[in-house]
Ligand binder design. Structure first.
Ligand code: FES
Ligand SMILES: [Fe+2]
Length: 422
C-alpha cells in the first residue's frame, strides 16, 4: 500500500494500521469535511426521490444544509438551503412539493430553481439586485443513471472519473428493474454515536457477521430450515464463496452470490419478474440478475444493496455522531408483490427494530467509546483475502472475508487528506 505523506493527516495511515485519532479527533473530522466531503463527489440523492416538478428534499451533509429540487423545467437542482438575506434556512421539511420556499425570518421567497422572486419591502431596500441573490448553487452537479452527485469544489475529477468502474455497478443495480428504472421510497433514518467511517467500513466487513450477528443468523437459519427444509439447504451453494473487489478511489463491492441462501420472504419469487427479465435479456442473464447479491460502496457516502434493493446515504454530523438514511427502492416494471417485499425486507434488515442493523450500531458505539478512551493507539486492518489479484476489469479482487477494502479506503483517505490532492 502506498502511504501518502502530503500532510500530517496522511501520516495517520500506516499501511495496515490506522491511528485511532482518525475516529476521535474533532480536528481530523473538520479536515475530513473540508478535504474529503468538501472536495470529492458526494452522493445527494436519487432523482426518483423528486419525481414531479416542485418536489424537493432537504439533506444535511456535514455542515452543509442542502436542497435537492425538481423545477418546472424538469431538471434536478442541488442548492444550498441558506437564505441570501441573512443566512437562515429557507426550507424546513425533509421532503415535499412546493412552488416556492419562503424564508421564515423576513419572508424572502425563492422558486424551486433557487431564483429569488419576492422580497418584502423591496421598494425600501438600497439597490438590491434580486437576480444575483438566488440560492447558491452547489459548484458541480452530475448524474449517473439518476444517481445525483454534487461536488462543492469547482475543480477536480469529473463524476465519471471519480466513479470509474462504479458506473458499471450502478448500471446493473438499475438494470435489474425490467423497465431499467428504480424508484426510491421514503427513507428509514438511523443515527449512532460513532464516526461516519465505522458505517462505511462495516458495509464491506465480512469478517464480523458470524460473530456480531450470530444470534440473528442462528435463529434465522433455524426458521428457514423449518419453513423450507431441504430447499433452503440447497439454495446455498456449498462451493460458493464471496468475492470482494476494490476499484479505484476507495470504491469497492462484495459479490455474495450463492453464499447466503434463501430469504424468509423472497421478493423475487414472482415468476412474472423472471419472465420479464428473460424477455428482455435472455434466460441466462435474467437468472444472473435475479440471483444478484452485491454490496456496493461508493466512497465516501453511498452504500447499495442489490438483494434487499436499497441504498444508504452516510451523513457525518460530528466526529462521534452519524446519521444514515436508507432508501428501499422499487423496481420499475416489477409487480406490487415484488416491490412490497423489497420494501419490507429493507425495513426488517435496516430499521431500528430490524434484526441486523441494531447489532452493528451497538458495535459502532462500543468502538467509538473504546477508541475515545485513548487506551488503543492504532486499529488494525491486517486480514488478507484469498488469492488477491488484479482482474481483467482492472479491479483488485480476492475471495473470502478480508480487511483489504479498508486498506484501500485508507490509502484513498490519506491521498484526499494530503495537501496536494485533487
Ligand atoms: S434571513 Fe431569510 S429573509 Fe431574512
Ligand atoms: Fe453487520
Amino acid at each position: 500500500m502506498t502511504v501518502y505523506a502530503g500532510s500530517a493527516y496522511a501520516s495517520l495511515v500506516m499501511g495496515d494500521q490506522v491511528d485511532s485519532g482518525v475516529y476521535t479527533s474533532p480536528e481530523v473530522f473538520e479536515q475530513e469535511m473540508r478535504r474529503i466531503f468538501g472536495r470529492t463527489w458526494i452522493f445527494i440523492g436519487h432523482a426518483s426521490e423528486v419525481p414531479n416538478p416542485g418536489d424537493f428534499k432537504t439533506v444535511q451533509i456535514g455542515q452543509w444544509p442542502l436542497l435537492m429540487t425538481r423545477h418546472s423545467d424538469g431538471l434536478v437542482r442541488v442548492l444550498f438551503n441558506v437564505c441570501r438575506h441573512r443566512g437562515s434556512k429557507v426550507c424546513y421539511d425533509a421532503f415535499g412539493n412546493t412552488n416556492s420556499f419562503m424564508c421564515m425570518y423576513h419572508g424572502w421567497t425563492y422558486d424551486t430553481a433557487g431564483a429569488l422572486n419576492a422580497v418584502p419591502l423591496l421598494d425600501h431596500m438600497n439597490d438590491l439586485d434580486m437576480s444575483s441573490h438566488g440560492l447558491v448553487k452547489v459548484a458541480r452537479v452530475e448524474t449517473h443513471r439518476d444517481f445525483v452527485f454534487a461536488s462543492l469544489s469547482p475543480e477536480g475529477p469529473t463524476l465519471a472519473e471519480h466513479l470509474g468502474r462504479g458506473t458499471y455497478y450502478l448500471d446493473v443495480m438499475t438494470d435489474r428493474a425490467p423497465d431499467r428504472e428504480i424508484h426510491a421510497t421514503r427513507p428509514i433514518r438511523y443515527e449512532y454515536d460513532g464516526n461516519w467511517k465505522l458505517q462505511f467500513e462495516n458495509y464491506c466487513d465480512n469478517y464480523h457477521p458470524w460473530y456480531l450477528h450470530n444470534s440473528a443468523i442462528s435463529v434465522g437459519v433455524q426458521m428457514m430450515k423449518e419453513k423450507y427444509g431441504d430447499i433452503f439447504a440447497s439454495s446455498r451453494r456449498s462451493d460458493a464463496i464471496a468475492v470482494e473487489r476494490s476499484f479505484g478511489a476507495a470504491h469497492s463491492m462484495t459479490d455474495f452470490a450463492g453464499t447466503r441462501g434463501a430469504m424468509w420472504m423472497d421478493a423475487y419469487s414472482d415468476p412474472a419478474f423472471l419472465e420479464a427479465l428473460e424477455r428482455r435479456d435472455g434466460p441466462e442473464r435474467a437468472k444472473e440478475l435475479l440471483d444478484l447479491d452485491w454490496h456496493i460502496m461508493i466512497y465516501p457516502n453511498l452504500l447499495l444493496h442489490t438483494r434487499l434493493n436499497h441504498y444508504r446515504v452516510i451523513n457525518p454530523v460530528a466526529v462521534d455522531h452519524t446519521e444514515v438514511t436508507a432508501y428501499a427502492c422499487k423496481l420499475g416494471g416489477a409487480s406490487d408483490q415484488v416491490n412490497d417485499r423489497l420494501v419490507k425486507n429493507t425495513a426488517h434488515h435496516v430499521s431500528a427494530l430490524g434484526e441486523i442493523q441494531v447489532d452493528d450500531m451497538q458495535a459502532f458505539n462500543w468502538v467509538q467509546k473504546g477508541l475515545t478512551s485513548g487506551a488503543v493507539e492504532r486499529v488494525n486492518f491486517k486480514l488478507r483475502g484469498g488469492n488477491e489479484h488484479w482482474n481483467d476489469d482492472g479491479e483488485y479482487e480476492w475471495t473470502g472475508a478480508s480487511e483489504t477494502m479498508m486498506r484501500f479506503q485508507y490509502q484513498e483517505w490519506a491521498r484526499l487528506m494530503s495537501d496536494e490532492a485533487r
